[in-house]
Design a binder for this molecule. Structure first.
Ligand SMILES: [Zn+2]
Length: 59
């Protein structure tokens, strides 16, 4: 059984149902910020690497 988290755009509530329990409006499946997260980690990796090289006097 797959449980997908839906989000109500009206009250910013997360629910497992396709209908918001508060305002009864249709909920949507929020898209996970997959790419932005990858970009963030890649940026951090570069930053850490640069820092390591600087500390070793190699940069
Ligand atoms: Zn709602």
């Amino acid at each position: 059984m797959t449980k997908r988290i839906h989000k109500c755009n009206s009250c910013q509530e997360y629910t497992m149902k396709e209908e918001c329990s508060k305002c009864k409006s249709k909920t949507v499946l929020p898209k996970p910020p997959k790419f932005s997260l990858n970009d963030k980690y890649a940026h951090l990796r570069r930053k850490v690497k640069k820092k390591e090289l600087t500390e070793k006097g190699l940069y």
